[in-house]
Design a protein. Structure first.
Length: 357
């Protein structure tokens, strides 16, 4: 396993807390939590949780190490599990799960598992297996349903398995919602030994799209709106987590009185748009590129930089807007001086720093 650089981390083991540090040079945000567990066989196990951010892709690592009797005061890695968000424009984000076991003897049989469970429902199990002859296998299961899926390898004492989880595929965790709620727990298994590494998934990057907190995002605990400016287009993606809503409206108003208005009809899978200067109103829905409403929760679309025509137009790539968000005509959020650029914004202890691309 490659050595990890924790120079930017401050750890208070006595208080079982981790402090957030930003490393501008490396472009990373990291937090670190170290919790001492007492296992039934009297060996001490640590599960260390590290969140690492690289260009809006967040990874959560669970490290399981033991204070080895043969290692004196040292420790060695036992199992790691990594959950990484893979952003997808116009769809639900994907998750990549990587499970690794270390110091696995060549002639040993080894079974590693990640167990995702919500109370009162069946749990989801991802199994990474190595036989005594060196062959490897991966599997996903819930109840009596089982699917051979993923990839696996064994090399130099390291057993490694990975899965790409997509919401419409058979290996996606069932009977849980990793996007809207955080009620599921995570348990790691090393053969028969087990350890609860997360009582809930409130810190998962997929939960309310938290991985986007690095970037130019706007909203609250009900919704999140992102802008991503490419060479010729602006991508908009709206995540919404409140139930029983029909229409959400995003209004971008300039100080000269002109404004853009995008409306997403969640129940009807319709997106439309208008531009106005206070006296003229123009429908610009035909200028939206790849508009999509996904399961009544995500609205995504793209636009050219300049919207409208010779009568009325707005260059959205250079304008500064006041943002307003409405749910079924009820205004629920406002923000001033918003630009539609994908700058990286990072905040620590109330201080916000921006890193423009």
């Amino acid at each position: 396993m490659e050595a990890e650089d924790y120079n930017s981390l401050t750890v208070n083991k006595a208080m079982n807390t981790g402090l957030l540090k930003i490393d501008k040079t490396m472009g990373k945000i990291r937090t670190y939590q170290d919790v001492l567990m007492q296992h039934e066989n009297a060996l001490k196990f640590y599960h260390n949780i590290t969140y690492r951010l690289f260009n809006a892709v967040i990874s959560m690592f669970f490290y399981w190490t033991n204070m080895g009797i043969c290692e004196g005061n040292g420790f060695h890695m036992v199992v790691t599990a990594q959950f990484k968000v893979v952003p997808v424009f116009g769809d639900y984000d994907h998750l990549q799960l990587t499970l690794k076991g270390f110091n696995v003897a060549q002639d040993a049989e080894k079974t590693l598992k990640v167990f995702i469970k919500q109370r009162f429902v069946l749990g989801n199990t991802y199994t990474c297996y190595k036989s005594s002859n060196g062959s490897t296998d991966t599997k996903y299961a819930i109840g009596t349903y089982s699917l051979t899926t993923g990839s696996s390898s064994y090399e130099e004492g390291v057993l490694s398995c990975s899965w790409t989880l997509m919401i419409n595929h058979g290996n996606w965790p069932k009977r849980v919602d990793l996007f809207k709620d955080s009620l599921q727990s995570i348990t790691l298994y090393d053969d028969l030994a087990e350890i609860l590494v997360a009582q809930d998934t409130s810190l998962f990057g997929s939960y309310h799209a938290q991985y986007l907190e690095c970037c130019n995002v706007h909203g609250n605990d009900q919704f999140l709106l992102t802008f991503d400016q490419t060479e010729k287009q602006i991508h908009y993606q709206l995540y919404h987590w409140k139930d029983n809503v029909n229409r959400v409206t995003v209004t971008l108003a300039r100080k000269d009185g002109s404004q853009l208005e995008f409306s997403c009809y969640l129940n009807w899978n319709i997106l439309d748009a208008h531009i106005t200067n206070g006296t003229k109103l123009m429908y610009i829905g035909s200028q939206m590129i790849e508009p999509a409403v996904i399961r009544g929760e995500i609205c995504s679309w793209a636009t050219p930089f300049i919207l409208g025509d010779s009568r009325i137009s707005i260059d959205a790539s250079t304008s500064v807007f006041d943002l307003q968000f409405a749910i079924d005509s009820l205004k629920v959020y406002t923000e001033k001086d918003v630009t539609l650029k994908n700058s990286k914004t990072q905040s620590v202890n109330g201080v916000t720093e921006k890193f423009d691309n």
